[in-house]
Design a protein around this ligand. Structure first.
Ligand SMILES: Cc1cc2nc3c(=O)[nH]c(=O)nc-3n(C[C@H](O)[C@H](O)[C@H](O)COP(=O)(O)OP(=O)(O)OC[C@H]3O[C@@H](n4cnc5c(N)ncnc54)[C@H](O)[C@@H]3O)c2cc1C
Length: 306
């Protein structure tokens, strides 16, 4: 079985867009291929005339700081993200999530752009980028445009970005603080998995927050899977604003989150009861971790590469 006839490695964004136009819906963007090729083999994605791989476009292969944002090219792999000092310090939750995706072989080729475009409610990198209030840059016939990440999710595995007509070129977020030292801002990610074998995550969560005078200025919280799309816990976020950043508030936040999420039992993940208990115990820890980072400016990512 052939899944594609031609494999293109464009060297510029314009060339990638031109190829998509030329194939008129019969070609598809591929990153590391760690989701797409498996899905093609399993018959969950149709064969195409051509795959267009933008990961070798030089300008999409870097992590830069531009106009107050940290910008990650679509060709950047999870391994590159984990190794980037700027993201370790100013987007810690992203390092903690990209660092637990698959094993080293997967992380060496798989991209954050592919994770986002796949649009799964529990995509690890996706959950953290959403907590960081990330944006994606899309290239198509109409040119280049930035759009909020949250608006790209239509349903499980369904993205508003059609990879036969457009491509993600860059992803970006505002760093959690401008300088070295404590900035009052921090982030953290935590995931609960079965310890053995290839398994689906039981629950994952990411937070980005700011504290001032020991109180929350804001917090962004994402949880997945907790619905058809990556879940932004807006009621919990609203609840935290202005509250003291202490243990009691962290526990109360978990109860508010539990009231707004919809957790199902899944034989591939865990029972709903177990997953509820994981939010009850792990969300307070994730908040405490991010608050500690915000206050001290000291960051040591956890769980990476396991
Ligand atoms: C063994 C294994 C373990 C895994 N473990 C995890 C895990 O722990 N957590 C997790 O979240 N994921 C996991 N994954 C899934 C996968 O590795 C990630 O989602 C990865 O980030 C996908 O990136 P990719 O570059 O390989 O995407 P690809 O497979 O190349 O593409 C995925 C989808 O996105 C589209 N696409 C890719 N790049 C672009 C672009 N630039 N613009 C528009 N559309 C694009 C493709 O057309 C396709 O629809 C695992 C996969 C495997 C095989």
């Amino acid at each position: 079985m052939t899944y594609w006839k031609n494999y293109h490695l464009p060297t510029s964004i314009q060339e990638a867009v031109n190829l998509l136009t030329q194939y008129n819906g019969q070609a598809r963007i591929v990153g590391g291929g760690t989701d797409l090729i498996l899905e093609m083999q399993q018959g969950r994605q149709l064969p195409v005339e051509a795959l267009i791989d933008p990961t070798q476009i030089p300008e999409l292969n870097q992590i830069t700081k531009e106009e107050g944002y940290l910008v990650i090219g679509a060709g950047v792999t999870h391994t590159q993200i984990v190794a980037d000092k700027k993201i370790v310090r100013y987007g810690t939750c992203l390092v903690e999530s990209c660092g637990v995706i698959g094993g080293p072989q997967v992380r060496n080729v798989a991209t954050l752009a592919g994770n986002v475009a796949h649009a799964l409610p529990a995509g690890d990198g996706t959950i953290s980028l959403l907590a960081l209030d990330g944006e994606v840059q899309i290239a198509s016939d109409d040119g280049l445009r930035w759009t909020p990440l949250g608006g790209t999710f239509l349903g499980p595995g369904k993205s508003a970005i059609d990879p036969t007509r457009a491509l993600i070129t860059r992803l970006r977020f505002k760093p959690t603080g401008p300088n070295e030292g404590p900035s009052g801002e921090g982030s953290a990610f935590r995931r609960v998995m079965r310890p053995q074998g290839v398994a689906l995550p039981i629950i994952g969560m990411a937070v980005r927050l700011k504290v001032e005078n020991d109180a929350f200025v804001f917090a962004r919280i994402t949880i997945g899977p907790a619905g058809p799309t990556p879940f932004l816990a807006e009621k919990t976020m609203a609840y935290l604003t202005g509250k003291p950043a202490n243990k009691q508030t962290f526990s109360e936040a978990a109860e508010v989150a539990l009231a707004e999420v919809n957790l199902r039992s899944s034989r591939h993940r865990a029972t709903a009861e177990y997953r509820i208990e994981m939010i009850r115990t792990q969300l307070p820890k994730t908040l405490a971790q991010a608050v500690a980072r915000a206050k001290t400016g000291k960051v040591v990512p956890e769980g990476v590469g396991m």
